[in-house]
Design a protein around this ligand. Structure first.
Ligand SMILES: [Fe+2]
Ligand SMILES: [Fe+2]
Length: 479
């Protein structure tokens, strides 16, 4: 479930950083921040999923009144808190009663906490998050702060970017800004510890922030002892950080694709688990052959370009299984065979990831001189070479090597190595070829549409084995 949202409005970014830090250390809200009233109005026009509005009076009396009026006109039944409103406003303004709580700035953070607790029953049984967001300005207001510092990856996991022994200074912090690292995270215990110091000096902290003077706080030893529960990876330097960030966003994209496929093909958790077991079995069989095992390792740690080979194989396993599922081909051996073929069909191309992307003789021809004669040979011969390797594997499923041999054939008879047409291809070759095309279709277009693929497929394929799959694809309930 999404966290409940708070709208926070103010013009001083550093003050908003501070308020967010305090709210997120103490509660589990998501905070949507605004420095422009026009943006708030626009947001409120289309969103109703917030449970509290907090506005700083310092955005200007007129702006504040406009915000309040917009809020009132929308008849939204959530509390509205005003921070630092003047006495005149509180006593005279015609809409003063719309404000649920007036909070002064003398002890702004603790008073705000009490007000939040008054309106929301805070579920103490819910485990607090282990990491807590912290703005750059809050961090750099502490002199000599030495603490582990984390970021959140697109996958939701955390990554350590500073170790306790590194001193954090302005330069370090600003170097990450604008590189997709907009929020830093501290361990919850450290957040509480820092917040204590802030609250002890809150009046002067807010005064300084509002008069644009630097805030300089001293950390108060002892620093709390922290034991991180989550398994957290560490970035060694800036380059490592950027590559880990890229990797995580690739992984997140891939997770989303798998999720969409699961939905479209109605893949249950049980089937997913079964697929995992089949993958384990295929991998084990491959590991018994030293030469193939080496290639498999390469495929799994591939850092070439965008991990094409690795994600390609994962998606193929998923889609061949998905097609069997909609065809109602429930035999264990069928899925096992297709998973095995998915892993091995291009295995000798693990050394040449750019070749694994080529699908037809036509594509190869178009690449001209970009592919050397030796590479051309490797590519054109890989179905036969791999078939031979698989035939020597005692644990290879029956017919797996023939599907591999046929995986670059097509219905028109313009494929290779033989140029066989549809009626010469095995039924499971049809599954594999269609799944393979669908994987390319998905990888090529992040906004892929299953309906478009189903239409394309009915033009592209012919022959009984292919047609019956295409008919099923067309019956899928699409998003
Ligand atoms: Fe291939
Ligand atoms: Fe492939």
């Amino acid at each position: 479930m999404n966290k409940p949202k708070i709208i926070l409005i103010g013009k001083n970014k550093n003050l908003l950083d501070l308020i967010c830090f305090s709210l997120q250390t103490n509660f589990r809200f998501e905070i949507v921040r605004f420095v422009s009233i026009l943006d708030v109005i626009e947001y409120m026009d289309v969103n109703t999923d917030f449970c509290l509005v907090i506005s700083d009076f310092a955005i200007g009396e007129k702006q504040f009144s406009n915000t309040l009026k917009t809020f009132m006109d929308k008849k939204i039944d959530v509390p509205f808190f005003a921070l630092g409103a003047t006495k005149k406003f509180r006593e005279k303004n015609e809409n003063r009663e719309v404000v649920s709580e007036y909070i002064g700035k003398k002890n702004i953070l603790e008073d705000l906490n009490s007000a939040v607790e008054k309106y929301f029953s805070v579920d103490k049984s819910v485990e607090p998050k282990e990491f807590c967001e912290v703005g750059f300005s809050v961090l750099t207001s502490f002199e000599g702060l030495q603490t582990d510092l984390f970021i959140q990856l697109p996958t939701g996991r955390h990554l350590k970017i500073y170790r306790q022994e590194d001193q954090i200074n302005d330069e370090d912090v600003s170097k990450y800004q604008g590189k997709g690292v907009d929020e830093l995270f501290l361990h919850k215990k450290v957040s509480h510890w820092l917040l204590n110091t802030i609250n002890k000096n809150i009046e002067s902290v807010v005064d300084n922030i509002e008069s644009n003077k630097p805030v300089v706080l001293q950390v108060e030893p002892p620093m709390p002892e922290v034991k991180v529960e989550e398994v957290v990876e560490e970035a060694l330097d800036e380059k490592d950080l950027m590559s880990k960030l890229n990797e995580a966003s690739e992984e997140e994209n891939l997770n989303k694709i798998h999720k969409d496929i699961n939905e479209i093909f109605e893949i249950t958790e049980e089937l997913e688990k079964e697929l995992g077991e089949k993958v384990g079995k295929a991998v084990k069989a491959v590991q018994k052959v030293p030469h193939l095992s080496k290639l498999l390792k390469k495929l799994n740690v591939s850092r070439n370009g965008d991990d094409y080979c690795k994600s390609h194989v994962g998606l193929l396993c998923k889609l061949t299984t998905a097609i069997c599922h909609i065809m109602d081909w429930k035999q264990d051996a069928t899925i096992e065979k297709l998973v095995f073929v998915s892993y091995l069909h291009d295995i000798t191309l693990s050394d040449f990831p750019h070749l694994a992307r080529i699908q037809s003789k036509e594509e190869l021809r178009k690449l001209g001189d970009k592919i050397s004669p030796d590479e051309k040979k490797v590519f054109l011969e890989h179905p036969e070479v791999i078939k031979k390797l698989v035939d020597e594997m005692p644990e290879a499923p029956a017919d797996a090597s023939n599907i591999i041999l046929q995986h670059h054939e097509n219905c028109q008879g313009t494929g290779f190595p033989f140029g066989h047409s549809a009626n010469r291809l095995l039924p499971l070759t049809a599954v594999f070829i269609i799944a393979h095309d669908l994987v390319s279709f998905i990888i090529d277009d992040p906004n892929w549409d299953m309906k478009v693929f189903a239409e394309l497929a009915s033009e592209r394929y012919s022959g009984a084995n292919f047609n019956k799959i295409v008919r099923k694809l067309k019956t899928l309930k699409l998003k």
